[in-house]
Design a protein. Structure first.
Lengths: 215, 276
């Protein structure tokens, strides 16, 4: 059972291992975000409800190219910070920038699937390309990154259920971007599903709401 | 390459918007001649002479009016002064930086100013305390709180509603010095300016573009009408061109729409004045 918390709310008291998004003061754990708090199995966790995507190493994200330079491309990852991908990654080998132009591979506005590789304070986030990195589709949607993370980590495999219900091909990044490919009917269905996701304020109960829409 | 200012719309989203427009609908589902929901709330700032908040879809703008006294401009000794300023707050958009107003904010203020001035909405001849010596100066300050496209129309409606609800202290000359009295005077108004903005995207001319639509538009045209539907000001924006037929189409479509907006502004102001 989770409860809604705002920054400064007491989440738990006792001997717990800090899990995430809480601050410890003596034996008390306080939330540092607006979110849903869960205390279970010796863990204290607050899941954020809103705010930008905060990159973590290993996250799979969908990004948009915002600048193409000879040696690297800048990627908007729907966060407070940009990502970048080295030109070598697109060619899968070292290249001579005086002979190759990265704009032959990608254009500004292209979408790609990437994984967070390295995070350094004060610098853009280093990304690596996924095997099938080019993301193409018929419609793009944005949901809160907190909800995207919740759905992707859901034990009931909700994403596959959405795919089966809508008949659309879906690529989803943990940063809140969803790209769908399909006929008009499928796109209309997924638009309704996204509306249902966005209309549910709390994460708690989101799966029930979705089950209602998908049934 | 110079970094592009403002939003970059993904190629996929751009195709999605263009496809939707070719089917006769905005990306948010309304038809091409419909505005987003408009909510006008006058009188939101107690200490201002007049104020209004306008929500147009996701765009949120507030305008405040202050009246001071000053010497008139030498070429208009028998007219009051109007000064419109606009500021887009850094919290309005992730692309907005803190600092002095940029060229877009200055253009916004100029277009709102021109609409009010050219529609002869404010009777400047009644804003005179003593000709050539002291006149009233009307400051309209516009703050954009949330940016979701079509700032021109939202700012114009906010400024107009704020002016319509304005009243200020009367000044009297004692010798050469203007002295504030306790008497109140309503803003002398003779007309009402209604602004309507259209964007040309692909081959479509659409009213009230959203933030994303503005990111991919070829050109933008703002037309301002007075109470009789006379076109009194225009502003073209964007790097693309407009054909003469496009301009006529905008003027006609605006003429068919301005009365609805005028009615909404008047209703909101009357409700605020009657305390509803």
């Amino acid at each position: 059972m989770s409860k809604s918390v705002v920054p400064g709310d007491l989440v738990a008291k006792g001997n717990y291992r800090i899990y995430s998004n809480v601050i410890k003061n003596d034996d008390k754990f306080y939330s540092i975000f607006v979110g849903s708090a869960e205390v279970a199995g010796g863990k204290v966790r607050v899941t954020r409800l809103s705010g930008p995507y905060i990159p973590k190493i290993g996250d799979q994200v969908i990004g948009m190219i915002t600048d193409v330079q000879p040696l690297a491309a800048t990627v908007d990852i729907n966060s407070y910070i940009n990502g970048f991908i080295m030109a070598n990654a697109f060619y899968k080998k070292r290249i001579d920038p005086s002979k190759r132009d990265l704009s032959e591979k990608v254009r500004i506005g292209d979408l790609l699937s990437a994984r967070v590789n390295r995070i350094e304070r004060g610098r853009d986030v280093s990304l690596t390309l996924e095997q099938k990195w080019r993301v193409d589709g018929d419609a793009i949607f944005y949901i809160s990154p907190a909800k995207a993370a919740y759905l992707l980590k859901s034990k009931s495999n909700i994403i596959n259920k959405i795919k089966a219900y809508t008949g659309a091909g879906i690529v989803m990044g943990i940063n809140g971007l969803i790209v769908a490919k399909g006929e008009k009917d499928s796109i209309d269905k997924i638009t309704a599903v996204i509306k249902a996701i966005e209309s549910q304020v709390e994460l708690y109960g989101l799966e029930d709401v979705l089950k209602g829409v998908l049934s | 390459m110079m970094p592009k200012k403002g939003p970059i719309i993904s190629n996929l989203r751009k195709d999605q918007i263009l496809k939707s427009l070719s089917e006769g609908r905005h990306i948010d589902g309304r038809d091409l001649t419909s505005q987003r929901p408009l909510e006008i709330t006058p009188g939101i700032i107690e200490k201002a002479e007049g104020s209004a908040s306008v929500k147009l879809g996701g765009t949120h703008v507030i305008a405040g009016v202050k009246v001071e006294v000053d010497t008139p401009f030498p070429d208009t000794p028998s007219e009051g002064i109007l000064i419109v300023n606009a500021e887009v707050l850094p919290t309005a958009s992730e692309y907005q930086e803190p600092g002095p107003p940029d060229e877009d904010s200055i253009e916004l203020a100029r277009v709102v100013d021109r609409g009010i001035r050219e529609s002869k909405m404010v009777d400047f001849s009644k804003l005179v305390i003593e000709p050539a010596k002291q006149v009233y100066t009307v400051f309209v300050d516009i703050s954009v709180l949330s940016m979701d496209g079509n700032l021109f129309d939202a700012s114009s409606y906010a400024a107009v509603a704020a002016l319509m609800t304005s009243s200020f202290n009367v000044y009297r000359m004692e010798g050469d010095v203007p002295v504030k009295t306790e008497d109140k005077m309503a803003m002398p108004l003779a007309d009402l300016a209604v602004s309507l903005t259209f964007a040309k995207i692909g081959g479509s001319l659409v009213i009230d573009p959203t933030w994303e639509e503005e990111g991919i538009m070829d050109a933008r045209l703002t037309a301002v009408y007075d109470s009789d539907g006379r076109l009194c000001a225009m502003q073209k924006g964007g790097s693309g061109g407009l054909k003469i037929d496009d301009v006529f189409q905008v003027v006609d479509a605006g003429k068919a729409k301005y009365l609805d907006i005028r009615k909404k502004i008047v209703e909101a102001v009357e409700n605020a004045k009657s305390g509803n």
